[in-house]
Structure formats: C-alpha cells, structure tokens
Design a protein around this ligand. Sequence first.
Ligand SMILES: CC(C)(COP(=O)(O)OP(=O)(O)OC[C@H]1O[C@@H](n2cnc3c(N)ncnc32)[C@H](O)[C@@H]1OP(=O)(O)O)[C@@H](O)C(=O)NCCC(=O)NCCS
Length: 153
Amino acid sequence: MSSFQQRPPRIRKMLPDDLNQVIRIEREIFLFPWSPENFADSINAGYDCHVLEQTSILAGYGVMMAGPDEAHLLTIGIAANWQSQGWGKKLLNHFIHLARLKNLRSMFLDVRESNTGAALLYRQIGFKPIAKRKGYYPAMCGREDAIVMKLML
Ligand SMILES: CC(C)(COP(=O)(O)OP(=O)(O)OC[C@H]1O[C@@H](n2cnc3c(N)ncnc32)[C@H](O)[C@@H]1OP(=O)(O)O)[C@@H](O)C(=O)NCCC(=O)NCCS
C-alpha cells in the first residue's frame, strides 16, 4: 500500500459538490435513503453536515441539528467497505465534541429497533434509550418503531 493510500481520513464540512458521493453511499447502506434534497436542505438550513474523506473519496457523513440546548443527530453513515473499522465511532465522537463546543447539554438520536449494530455503538458511547416512537420508520413489511436515545453532554 502506498503512503498516499495510508493517509488517514479527515472530517470536514459537507459541500454541495459532495452530494453525488453522499447519495451513492446513502443508497448503498440504507433501505430507505434520504433524498439529495434532504441533504441539500440540511446544508442550506445551516445544520452541521460533515463528511469523512480520504483524499477525494468519501467514507462517511453525518448531519447534526443544533437547537438552543440540545443537539439532534439526524443521520450518520459509513460506506459499506469502511464499516467496522472504528470510523463510525470517530465520526460520532466528532459530532459530540462539536455539540460540547456549542455548550449544548444533550444529544438525541433515533435508531430503528432492528438496527442493533448502530444501537450498540450508541450505547458504547453512553447514549441511553429514553423512549420509543411507534411505527416511526417505513419498513419492508409495514412500519418499524424507533428507539429515541439521549446522551448527556
Ligand atoms: C452504524 C455505523 C454508523 C457504525 O459505523 P462503523 O464504522 O461500522 O462502526 P465502528 O467500527 O466505529 O464500531 C464501533 C462500535 O459499534 C458497534 N457496532 C457497529 N456496527 C456494528 C454491527 N454491525 N454489529 C455489531 N456491533 C456494531 C460495536 O460495538 C463497535 O465496537 P467494537 O469495534 O469495539 O466492537 C455504520 O455501520 C453504518 O453506517 N451503518 C449503516 C447505516 C446506519 O445504520 N446508520 C445509523 C442509523 S441510526
């Protein structure tokens, strides 16, 4: 492997030019993906939209909405061939750090009840399940509940 390939990924702001790559990953890893408009609206609304990039290749991304007191992690994704190497945890910790810098008190997120891998990551970081949203997500057979999780910052 060349030193060029070994350079570690960096986290930076998502730009409109990133949307093609973001959407390609989104469609690869989510059964019910966000649309390009969902991401474009998030950028335009001033949400914290960040990507994990190695050279010009995107490995992941996340979107956080900051309110006056609390942060909401709206989505986070790591490209399939980058998963299970610690990058999801790194990106999540980046958003937590960002929320702390903004002096927010807590962070919330929703996770599908069946998404045990993601839920394990959130628990490992310290998120606690606090509520359930009945039938919140579309699913292959009807709807699926969301678990609402909260982290005190
Ligand atoms: C969930 C996701 C962001 C995690 O990112 P990742 O880079 O694959 O995860 P990491 O390598 O950082 O894993 C960190 C911890 O999370 C847990 N974890 C992550 N994915 C897991 C899986 N599929 N099964 C079991 N545990 C998993 C483990 O506890 C792991 O800790 P360990 O390495 O000490 O075992 C990523 O797998 C992903 O994008 N999945 C598809 C989209 C998605 O579900 N997004 C979240 C929506 S709420």
